[in-house]
Design a binder for this molecule. Structure first.
Ligand code: C5P
Length: 383
């Protein structure tokens, strides 16, 4: 729950993409946020006040003069209440107004008083998007420090044509909200993360692999990016040898490397050029494997004083002893130990239960938590 305890104000203007905003509200609430809504009058042509009020459990601020809603000074109190305002969709009209300080309705008056983080997700017809007036407004707004301006996406437009003008998908908008509220503790840092299983080829159609899903590594990459790091994620269908070569090339440019990949220890000695066929009567097949390079240990050897190297250890017995030995042997600064003994931890689960062991002798055991939260705890150790 990355938005736990946060107050998010959603501003909706009158574009067809407004029909997606109830889903955005849900997404923000699932992350723990309390959400309130302000709209333009036109927005309520696309999404009903009842829908928004039911979802948020709060009055929708859309009419500056509606005494019945006791909204008299909402344009001031809402920015005070909110930690962040997200305006989606932002029409060409509302962008123009916001860029030039025009405040003539509930949404724009609230925006004008909002000096905390703002995320804007524009949406319009492709011709309105390329109109210099719209482009100027977007540039003016994005030059303000507290504003994150998302660009429009390209694709199918409600008017029936294809082009640039779509609102970004709601998960992209939610991510921008989370990112805007995350302290930039890794700003300027270059972070490399290995993730997922390796694939050791047997022939053109088969490989040996493992059950790793790459969830923990992806969560780490996401969290590092949210903290402002420049992230290189090394993952995908590659062999241990290929991952080794990529890592050895990349690591010298990095400040930090986190090795969350489940790298194969052995690989077939030969890759058959054609599909291996079973022979009539054949009842067994013997594969000869050879050792792969240990990426962590190799990086440990070339690691500089100014670099940090973090590894993972998945152990089934003598867990701490084995993890500490790996920390030592691979010259890591920290090792994240996860045990398969813990229910809900490890391969395929969304949760993990880990213990941090550091080179300088510190130990921290965490309770069972989501892989996102685990990622956040690991990244906390870096700042
Ligand atoms: O497989 P092992 O338990 O030794 O893995 C511990 C750490 O070493 C992990 O961080 C893993 O990503 C890394 N590793 C590696 N290259 C290998 C094997 C493991 O980088 N060939």
């Amino acid at each position: 729950m990355t938005l736990q305890g946060k107050h998010i104000l959603v501003g909706i203007s009158g574009g067809i993409a407004a029909y997606k905003i109830p889903e955005l509200i849900r997404l923000l609430q699932k992350e723990g946020a309390e959400v309130r809504v302000t709209t333009t009058e036109n927005a309520l042509q696309f999404v009903t006040e009842l829908t928004l009020r039911t979802l948020t459990g709060a009055l929708v601020y859309s009419d500056v003069f509606a005494a019945v809603n006791q909204h008299a000074t909402e344009h001031i109190s809402l920015p005070d209440w909110a930690d962040l305002m997200v305006i989606a969709p932002a029409t060409a009209n509302i962008l123009g107004k916001m860029a030039h300080g025009i405040a003539d309705d509930a949404l724009t008056t609230t925006f004008a008083a909002m000096l905390k983080p703002v995320v804007i997700a524009p949406a319009m017809n492709d011709k309105m998007y390329i109109n210099p007036a719209t482009q100027d407004a977007m540039h003016l707004l994005s030059s303000q420090q507290h504003i994150t301006m998302l660009d429009c996406a390209t694709g199918y437009l409600a008017c029936g044509s294809e082009g640039k003008g779509r609102m970004q998908e709601i998960d992209v908008i939610a991510e921008a909200v989370i990112s805007a509220l995350t302290p930039k503790t890794l700003l300027g840092k270059k972070v490399m993360i290995t993730s997922g299983p390796t694939q050791e080829k047997l022939d053109p159609v088969r490989f040996i692999s493992n059950f790793s899903t790459g969830k923990q590594g992806r969560a780490l990459a996401k969290e590092a990016a949210r903290r402002g790091a420049e992230v290189t994620l090394i993952s995908g269908s590659m062999s241990a040898q290929e991952m080794y070569e990529t890592c050895m090339q990349t690591f010298p440019q990095m400040d930090i490397a986190i090795l969350a990949a489940a790298v194969a220890d052995f690989t077939p000695e030969e890759v058959a050029p054609e599909k291996i066929k079973k022979q009539p009567g054949q009842t067994e097949m013997i594969l000869r494997l050879r050792k792969t390079p240990d990426i962590a240990a190799s990086l440990g050897k070339i690691k500089r004083q100014d670099q940090t190297l973090i590894g993972f250890a998945l152990e089934t017995e003598n867990e701490e002893f084995n993890a500490l030995r790996k920390l030592e042997q691979k010259n890591l600064d920290m090792i994240v130990l996860n045990s398969l003994k813990d229910k809900g931890a490890g391969f395929g689960y969304d949760t993990n239960k880990v213990t941090f062991l550091t080179r300088d002798g510190h130990k921290k055991s965490l309770p069972l938590m989501s892989k996102e939260e685990t990622a956040s705890e690991i990244i906390n150790c870096l700042s």
